[in-house]
Design a protein around this ligand. Sequence first.
Ligand SMILES: Nc1ncnc2c1ncn2[C@@H]1O[C@H](COP(=O)(O)OP(=O)(O)OP(=O)(O)O)[C@@H](O)[C@H]1O
Length: 843
Amino acid sequence: MNEGEVPYEEAGFNADAHLDSSDMSTSRPLKMLVSAVLSDKRPDEVPQLLESMLSKLVEEFENRLNNQNELVKAALKNGTDSTKSFSKSKVLVETTPNTIGRKMDTTDIYCNHKQTKKETSREVALKQHLILQQQSKNVEELKADLITTKAGMEYMQMKYSEDINLLGRHLFSLAHAASGYHKVLEENRKLYNQVQDLKGNIRVYCRVRPFLPGQGSPSTVGSIDEGSITIVTPSKSGKEGRKTFSFNKVFGPSATQGILPCPYLALLYLKWKIHIIVCCADEVFLDTQPLIRSVLDGYNVCIFAYGQTGSGKTYTMSGPKNMTEQTQGVNYRALGDLFKLAEQRRGAFIYDIAVQMIEIYNEQVRDLLVTDGLNKRLEIRNNSQNGLNVPDASLVRVASTMDVMELMNVGQKNRAVGATALNDRSSRSHSCLTVHVQGRDLTSGTILRGCMHLVDLAGSERVDKSEVTGERLKEAQHINKSLSALGDVIASLAQKNAHVPYRNSKLTQLLQDSLGGQAKTLMFVHISPESDAVGETISTLKFAERVSTVELGAARLNKESGEVRELKEQIARLKSALAVKDSGSEQVMNRDSEAFNMKMPSPGFSNKRQGGCDLLSSQTNFRQPMEDVGNIEVRANPTLRQKKPSFDLQDLLTSNDSPSWPDSNLRVNFQIGDEREAVSGDWIDKVVVNNNNSIGDWEGDSAALPDFFYQRYHSGMREKQYQRNNTRQKEDHEYEQQRPRFYSTNTDDSDDIDMATSDSSESDALWQLNVQSMSTSISESGSKVKKPQAKLRDGSDSRTPVHSQIPSASRKATNGSNRFVRQPLSRSDSRRLSSNGRQAGTK
Ligand SMILES: Nc1ncnc2c1ncn2[C@@H]1O[C@H](COP(=O)(O)OP(=O)(O)OP(=O)(O)O)[C@@H](O)[C@H]1O
């Protein structure tokens, strides 16, 4: 007997009663059974289950019926004898499958010996027959019932899957709409950032520190959106106030330091990109990475951490005290990233990376990378010739992340740290890790120079709260004073004041180039969530909002192409030739320098020119100190040129005297033309700004350069040249020969005719005189004036760069006649000269 079956004796069923098993004919028990069995089943499983139940049931029922029929037939056949045996037999008809363990109905035919006596065997057989008939009828009904139920379930299943499909479609459209919304949001954010970059705004990221162990006061942070944070402020009346601040990005307390270098995560990323991006949205370093990468592209970058004491500045920049790979701060990750990128670009660029680490402690600048130099005062120099703000601090070359780790550990150990009531490891100084990067393009020889300041400021503190006394109090006073000076500088910059008080503290002096220069600057503003720090939090956020309004102008690319370098050398050579000629190079240089400075061209003008004109743009920058001009002049001197800064990191690192890191301001001025080549992540560079002013082809520029150069640079000599003019017919002749040098060397005669028939103008006369003087100077100084002629004759170089053409003196027609060969001008130059209404060849 199967489990769950009840023996017919125990069941005590009455055969008659069983004959009236009307409940079997109804679907009620079956439905109850179905609902009981299926209550815990999934709708999609129901039809199959029912089907199997039904088939089992029918099969079993049919078997039993067959058995019974056999018995009845035998009874009818054998009469009384068989009645005896029948009385011993048990006929059990179950209408419920054993599988579900519930007995629904049982037919029990029991004929005892007494009955047999009373009834004839025929009656019994008849009775049995009736029972069987009834039962088979019941089975038919049951079958029909089950079929109906099955159909019902199928219908339900269909409905269910329709609903599921509908829901899926609805969900899909919702997800689509959500992703579209996020895309638009992301795009908006990018565009906003691009606009900010173009304006040169200081980028501000806000980070909220989580509660520390043991802290549990309610948080002042009401809500955090991607770019805004709401602070809950208790008011005197007891009502809560809310203040919302907007920044480029806000990181909540759960934000992590950076992406974990996990291969499993990488795999996930490859498979479900979007999912992982969403997961990584709150990684602090992820949003800092593009900025750091642009250092390798030749930009200056400054990242500084600001906030009240204990708010997490050191945590963000360096990491916690017991640091692991996952909790490494921006400094480590930034350098790690630089090395990784440098390695990736290895085939195209070679990079040199060197670091300095200093601190400003009690208004003294100290080197953190030497153990014995802590008390040595270092000087901060802005706009220094070699690009080093603190030239006397150790500059240590690093070749791997390990080197950096070691160095930073030394620096961290040397840094002044002390315990206060607010932070047991409070930084008592502002620290600055500076990374100098110099890259050389292996194909073009272009040099890229980037420099990155990673600054961990000491935190502002209320001395009544930090409970400091003695030395700590003195430190706190210095810290607060310098932070207040930083506030003044920011306020001046935000109001675009003419005077910005950088000199009021060492900190502002150090940050001068980043705050007022052409660097890409990012500030991490930190706040604590504790409600008793709400005052400091509000003032910190107000300060940060003000910082975000400061417009620095688009960042500049520090790139020096090989051609520009050559051009610079040519200019220097020309200057030196002039200097030699005009008796006493230094006097001439000083005079020229003055004339040069008096005639500053408009920025638009300088932007249109490449190479030599950058000299001018360096003068147009009001932040440029005069010493830069001096540097150019020094290099112009042929003897001194030998000693010009090599701009090589190697030299810089090995030099014992003044290191030769190039002046950042000087070098940027040679890059304007090349900036369109720059590519640098999200951070939009000046390349976009300069698109409209992009430099034309060499032909256009080649005409413009000497024109500009001679008119501006030698304007001080014009009078003298006029006087000499009449007596220098031969030189004028040379001038005529020289002039076409600035055009491409196409020997199309039609252009000569154009030129020959055009009128001259006064400006052209000046140009003529200047060039004339130039050629004279060069001739007299014994420079290689005749050499280029040979080149011209063969006419091979149809696109000779300007720099290679400047020193050449004269050109003659290839037919050997005395008629000057005119080279076609660029369209713009041709138009300019024609409109001047002067015959170019007129003397
Ligand atoms: N995001 C964070 N997650 C976990 N702990 C943090 C976080 N930020 C800061 N902390 C912890 O808070 C404490 C104070 O942080 P930290 O020393 O970085 O503050 P600080 O702003 O540099 O302070 P100070 O200006 O006094 O130097 C440390 O114990 C640090 O580990």
